[in-house]
Design a protein around this ligand. Structure first.
Ligand SMILES: Cc1cc2nc3c(=O)[nH]c(=O)nc-3n(C[C@H](O)[C@H](O)[C@H](O)COP(=O)(O)OP(=O)(O)OC[C@H]3O[C@@H](n4cnc5c(N)ncnc54)[C@H](O)[C@@H]3O)c2cc1C
Length: 409
């Protein structure tokens, strides 16, 4: 466990832009170090259901513990093994790999709960930033402002904060998308449930990657029969024509970067279900079929050379976005927050603290982004689309099972 430092001055103030997991962990750590922290979240309604299932790592529990949260290790669904099936449904590889699976909602609830309503402002969208030698001021879409000693940009991969301080950094499309979905355990057909629900399961049609795993149910329910199954299916999508079509809703509007789940066209979801029957092992196709509302995330990533800009600092997905194959978005956000709180505790000047934070987290962010590119390299729009159905993947299946969603690399 790293030292996060004692309060240096009770008067130091911080504004956190983004009230999701990254912003809340950063806010909790700063608050524990004596800062007065206010969170500003664009969404006018409580955040929910985003990210569906989250694979966790020991390091995430360290971050939550440092932030003052004591999550019981039983709080989640423990999976002991990973398995890969060929497209006919036969097991081709199995490895022992104990890991705790969580739902995004549950993790969010853990870090949201310590905040009252007074310091967590909803419906406040940052649109501008002004800095002076002595303070930083956030300007919001409703015309209001807030000033503090430090502004933490925790506003996700499309970060407004980053666009204001480092507009040259833009997300890069990876050449593939990820379809995701959550299904109630009780609604999975028995054969698909019994084959996969207790496992981290994979199916690897050529140039694609399908992953399923269980997570907690409503209200962090871990009782058998009351949990949920999560699927994540990576599929290559050509960038110029096919991706814009996927992001175009029924009204003909093409969304940039991502499309809100309710606006995904029914014909795309219908095609997904047909492709599942055609390309995936039957046990996996059944998960897709049983999922009522699959949703879509185009995969992007980017690296940052700098994270500190005067009195403004970036954390979490705003700072670095890696492809999801390491399953480390939440953990990285927590580690950013610990490094930031630690640097601010060790240095009296914000400039020196942010330089120290940057020196630590830029190399780590790059390491994670590059590793995730390596893990995603087999999924690309450049591959032939005929999807050879012979499972000539025994060797790589083991590597994929062992290398996916682990921070050990
Ligand atoms: C759909 C989805 C699926 C994911 N799946 C996984 C997974 O399986 N495993 C994993 O480890 N991670 C996953 N992640 C990533 C993980 O949730 C994030 O890495 C983690 O929550 C840290 O993100 P963050 O807090 O930095 O950003 P985000 O979670 O993106 O939150 C940013 C917040 O900032 C707010 N915001 C944006 N702009 C403004 C503005 N101008 N003013 C005020 N507020 C603003 C947004 O409304 C949002 O609440 C997923 C994320 C999403 C969205």
């Amino acid at each position: 466990m790293r030292r996060t430092g004692l309060p240096q001055s009770a008067a130091r103030t911080a504004i956190v832009i983004g009230g999701s997991i990254g912003g809340l962990i950063a806010g909790l750590l700063l608050r524990r170090a004596g800062w007065q922290v206010s969170i500003y979240e664009r969404s006018p309604v409580k955040l929910a259901g985003r990210g569906a299932g989250i694979v966790t790592h020991r390091e995430l529990w360290d971050c939550l513990f440092a932030a003052g949260i004591d999550p019981s290790m039983e709080d989640g669904v423990l999976v002991d093994e990973r398995v890969c099936l060929d497209i006919e449904g036969h097991e081709i590889e199995r490895v022992a790999f104990p890991q705790i699976m969580q739902s995004w909602d549950r993790l969010f609830g853990l870090v949201r709960e310590p905040w009252g309503e007074a310091d967590y402002h909803m419906g406040r969208e940052l649109v501008g930033i002004a800095q002076s030698d002595s303070s930083v001021t956030a300007q919001f879409a409703d015309g209001s402002t807030a000033s503090a000693d430090l502004l933490v940009g925790a506003d996700g991969f499309r970060s407004t904060v980053r666009q204001l301080v480092a507009p040259q950094i833009q997300p890069i499309y990876a050449g593939y998308v990820c379809w995701r979905g959550m299904v109630e355990e009780a609604e999975l057909p028995p054969k698909a449930h019994d084959a996969l629900f207790h496992l981290f399961g994979m199916c690897l049609p050529k140039g694609e990657q399908m992953v399923v795993y269980p997570v907690t149910g409503e209200g962090a329910d871990t009782r058998p029969g009351h949990r949920r199954g999560n699927f994540v299916w990576y599929r290559p999508v050509e960038a110029e024509r096919d991706l814009p079509d996927l992001l175009t809703d029924d009204a003909g509007h093409t969304h940039t970067l991502s499309i809100p789940p309710p606006l995904i066209r029914a014909d795309h979801i219908a095609r997904l279900r047909v492709d599942a029957q055609r390309l995936l092992a039957p046990q996996f196709a059944a998960w897709v079929e049983a999922t009522k509302a699959p949703f879509l995330q185009p995969i992007y990533d980017f690296e940052s050379e700098r994270l500190g800009f005067g009195r403004v600092v970036l954390v979490g997905d705003a700072a670095f976005q890696a492809r999801p194959h390491i399953g480390a978005g939440v953990t990285k956000a927590g580690q950013d927050a610990i490094a930031l709180a630690d640097a601010l505790a060790r240095h009296d000047s914000i400039g020196a603290a942010l330089a120290a934070y940057e020196a630590e987290r830029v190399p780590e962010g790059k390491r994670i982004v590059r590793r995730a590119r390596y893990l995603g390299a087999s999924i690309t729009a450049a591959l032939p689309r005929e999807h050879v159905l012979t499972p000539d993947i025994d060797h790589s299946a083991r590597a994929v099972l062992e290398e996916t969603a682990t921070l050990v690399f």
